[in-house]
Design a protein around this ligand. Structure first.
Ligand code: SAH
Ligand code: DHB
Ligand code: MG
Length: 222
């Protein structure tokens, strides 16, 4: 199976099972127009996040790493009445593009985008006594994965679901040489989860139009 097949099958999945969503489509186009890197989740992965949110009945969702808000829109579309996605982004240009994408997708009132280094924003959220999140999606600078997992747990309740993106990296997760900071981040996520007794987890390898990568999925215990 080649990458061409993965892309064709992802198109088949999207054509069969995913909604036509002008807001999501427009976001990808705007991201391209404004020169954002094409590192958003794939449509099928976005739908997985959306389904996880609905399966868990998530009302409060935290996302670390907004980019142009493609995954954010998928998550916002999963919210019940009164729900919220808080999404954290370092880059003001990404944030500006994302805000416009949220407007166009009709989710602006459902999304609270906070610009700045996520570690600082997370500290501020905790300081403000933020209510626990039901679902956390970690998808920012990979070396901080353990810090984000720690914050995700601090801002969680028993039953909170934590999803961490890009933990397989073409299988390079097996490379223990320490040459690639993103791979180190993936390995650090595994190490953190493995030694944290309050997290019960698995990881799923994915192929598709974004290549070969994967998610770790964890649930917070009592
Ligand atoms: N979740 C998005 C993709 C996020 S890409 C989607 O699937 O559509 C990763 C994002 O994390 C980039 O926009 C990058 O600017 C942001 N990022 C990197 N370091 C960060 C930091 N320290 N704090 C917050 N965001 C950061
Ligand atoms: C890449 C992909 C991602 O999903 C991400 O969050 C960061 C980087 C990449 O392919 O480089
Ligand atoms: Mg990612």
């Amino acid at each position: 199976m080649s990458r061409t097949n993965w892309t064709a099958v992802d198109r088949y999945i999207a054509g069969s099972l995913l909604p036509d969503d002008a807001g999501l489509e427009a976001a990808l186009q705007a991201n391209r127009r404004h020169g954002l890197p094409e590192i958003d989740v794939s449509p099928a992965q976005g739908k997985l996040l959306h389904l996880l949110a609905r399966i868990g009945g998530a009302r409060r969702i935290l996302e670390i790493g907004t980019l142009g808000g493609y995954s954010t829109i998928w998550l916002a579309r999963a919210l019940p009445e009164g729900g919220k996605v808080v999404t954290l982004e370092l880059d003001p240009h990404h944030a500006k593009v994302a805000e416009a994408n949220f407007d166009k997708a009709g989710v602006s009132t459902l999304v609270d985008l906070r610009v700045g280094p996520a570690l600082e924003t997370l500290e501020a959220l905790a300081g403000q006594g933020a209510a626990p999140f039901d679902l956390v999606f970690i998808d920012a600078d990979k070396p901080n994965n353990p810090n984000y997992l720690r914050w995700a747990m601090r801002l969680s309740r028993p039953g909170t679901v934590i999803v961490c993106d890009n933990v397989i990296r073409d299988g390079a997760v097996l490379d223990a040489s320490g040459r690639d900071a993103n791979v180190e981040g993936a390995r650090a996520a595994f190490a953190f989860i493995a030694t944290e007794p309050r997290l019960d987890a698995t990881a799923i390898q994915t192929v598709g139009l974004k290549g070969y990568d994967g998610f770790a999925i964890a649930i917070v215990g009592g």
